[in-house]
Ligand binder design. Structure first.
Ligand SMILES: C[S@@+](CC[C@H](N)C(=O)[O-])C[C@H]1O[C@@H](n2cnc3c(N)ncnc32)[C@H](O)[C@@H]1O
Length: 275
């Protein structure tokens, strides 16, 4: 059993990734989620065992498990068999009846009912229909969406150069970081999809065998390319989907190595609320 990202402390004292990496429960990413939830839905706001949380694209189940430890009724949805095996191993070793996992495409989340809180971490930028998916999230979410995602830069001359960037500039920057003020994701030129501005990102080559896709444990599942909205368009799409207030949360970078993480990786954490 190999865990690739979520180091989880089990009931027997063992950690899913051993002693060399930080526990997910001690990370700034988790503490930023926890304190945001406590701020908007304090423990005094009601019986948490009656409140439902969904963790979309939950990988090895670490965040879903922490929500269950907070007392919420927690469900992780994950497409890949190998990841779900790890999730169920975590469930078996934590003995929490309020922690559950489903192997499914997140686009089927409506089949699992409504949720008070939706966690969408590292997932939206793996979809080719992010605006429609934000709408679906809103239909299924009664209070709060926590969204950690990449976004497309408005301007980046490299992404207008097509193959020159893909085969020449990006490989050099990958090896040397030469003139790289922002990571080179080999995105497309700016374009429109679902009525929103953004850029395409290639996940895998069309026609890739199912078994190979199954092994790309962190990648998209049913779409070979994904659409990254610009930051402004992301906020518009969340408002249009039905969240009245959208905030940006900066605390999650605490234990990440780069000072300029958000700008370098074009990534941020949003908190979208219904009130
Ligand atoms: C980059 S990982 C992020 C994992 C986790 N949420 C985190 O932040 O640590 C993306 C996860 O989403 C899953 N995934 C991608 N597309 C999916 C889909 N359409 N339905 C369900 N899971 C999906 C992948 O298998 C992977 O576990």
């Amino acid at each position: 059993m190999k865990f690739t990202a979520h180091n989880i402390l089990l009931n027997n004292g063992q950690k899913t990734m051993g002693d060399d990496s930080i526990l997910l429960s001690d990370s700034a990413v988790w503490s930023s989620i926890k304190k945001t939830v406590d701020l908007f839905i304090p423990p005094t706001a009601g019986d948490r065992s009656k409140m439902r949380v969904v963790d979309l694209g939950c990988l090895e189940g670490g965040y879903a498990a922490e929500f269950a430890r907070m007392g919420f009724d927690s469900l992780g949805i994950e497409a890949r068999a190998e990841n779900i095996e790890n999730c169920n191993y975590v469930k078996d070793n934590l003995g929490l009846p309020n922690l559950n996992f489903a192997q499914d495409d997140v686009r089927n989340m409506a089949n699992y009912g409504k949720f008070d809180i939706t966690l969408c971490y590292g997932l939206l930028y793996h979809l080719n229909d992010p605006a429609a998916f934000l709408k679906l999230i809103s239909e299924c979410t009664t209070k709060m969406l926590l969204l950690n995602t990449h976004f497309a830069p408005e301007r980046d001359v490299r992404y207008r150069l097509g193959p020159l960037n893909k085969y020449f500039i990006a490989p050099i920057q990958k090896r040397t970081s030469l003139f790289e003020h922002q990571y080179n994701y080999r995105l497309s030129p700016i374009t429109e999809n679902e009525g929103y501005k953004g850029r395409w990102f290639k996940e895998w080559t069309p026609g890739t065998k199912k078994e190979k896709i199954e092994k790309l444990l962190w990648a998209s599942y049913n779409n070979h390319r994904s659409f990254w909205l610009t930051k402004k368009e992301l906020t518009k799409a969340m408002h249009a989907a039905g969240f009245n207030s959208v905030f940006e949360q900066f605390d999650y970078t605490g234990d990440l190595f780069r000072e300029n993480y958000t700008q370098y990786y074009n990534r941020t954490m949003f908190v979208a609320i219904k009130h």
